[in-house]
Design a binder for this molecule. Structure first.
Ligand code: ADP
Ligand code: MG
Length: 271
């Protein structure tokens, strides 16, 4: 089934058709995804749930252009990922997706400020702009007194805030998170989920969270259940306010200001 879009309505920001992913392990093949069809509307908060090994991370990596599909089509924000080369995919990821991982993946030798500002180097922003923006986002997330701390000097929750700040640095329209609360205590996990919800509601970000934690679904608009590489459940939890918050365009360096101010303005929301 090919991806087609109607000219009248805005197409879903994510469109997946017949997605299969196989991994070769010695002489065995692992069929991690066995034909996934999925449309995600801009501004929707999606929880992809399922037991360990059901293919959640694999699906997220395919949506984020981190790995190639074995079969099928993935289109994200108008990009057909299957037809892009490595360099195009890198640009796509930088401009379109902010990634948050369970293990934070911060650079251990860099400070919180430097970790957050890192995507700005690849985007070609000058140092002053990078640091000003990183400072503002970290301040908005309640981390202004930890700017010079290295990851090993921060708690798990603080490291995840740094990772969220970094994911926001290029102001991507889509945030993807793989078990973002997996390494956190439940209170800190709730704070992180509230932050993601806030980004969806107040900034119109599309949020895709992969988790095996049933509580996380409480924050989502829609729950996708995955079992053994197949979608077994797709339920709407609450209606997405996709019309009241228009999807953000892919914003380049000089378009940072508005989003930055929105984060700072609503900072009080975050604890
Ligand atoms: P989940 O995130 O739901 O726990 P994954 O997407 O990580 O599941 O994995 C789905 C299946 O694919 C599992 O059986 C896993 O072992 C397998 N798998 C994932 N990545 C690889 C890989 N790089 N090589 C081989 N098998 C893999
Ligand atoms: Mg996983």
């Amino acid at each position: 089934m090919a991806i087609t879009t109607s000219p009248q309505s805005a197409p879903p920001i994510v469109q997946v058709r017949g997605l299969c992913k196989d991994f070769q392990l010695g002489d065995q093949w692992v069929h991690a995804l066995k034909g996934v069809d999925l449309d995600i509307l801009a501004g929707q908060f999606i929880a992809i749930m399922g037991p360990s090994g059901s293919g959640k991370s694999t699906l997220l990596y395919m949506l984020g252009g981190l790995d190639h599909v074995s079969e099928g089509e993935v289109a994200v924000a108008g990009n057909q990922l299957g037809s892009m080369n490595g360099e195009q995919l890198a640009t796509f990821r930088r401009e379109t997706i902010g990634f948050i991982f369970q293990a934070f993946h911060l650079v251990p030798t860099l400070t919180a400020l430097e970790n957050v500002a890192l995507p700005g180097i690849f985007a070609g922003a000058d140092r002053e702009m990078r640091e000003t923006r990183a400072l503002r986002i970290l301040t908005a997330l309640g981390m202004e007194d930890r700017l010079d701390h290295r990851p090993n000097q921060l708690s798990g929750g603080q490291q995840q805030r740094v990772a969220i700040a970094r994911a926001l640095f290029n102001d991507p329209p889509i945030i993807m998170a793989d078990e973002p609360t997996g390494a956190l205590d439940s209170k800190t996990g709730k704070t992180v989920m509230n932050m993601l919800r806030f980004l969806c509601r107040k900034q119109g970000k599309t949020i895709i969270v992969v988790t095996h934690d049933a509580n996380v679904a409480n924050y989502a608009d829609r729950k996708i259940g995955l079992q053994d590489g197949i979608i077994t459940e797709d339920s709407l939890i609450r209606h997405t306010r996709t019309t009241s918050v228009p999807p953000q365009p892919i914003i380049k360096v000089n378009g940072w200001r508005a989003a930055e101010e929105a984060i700072v303005e609503d900072a009080a929301y975050v604890e």
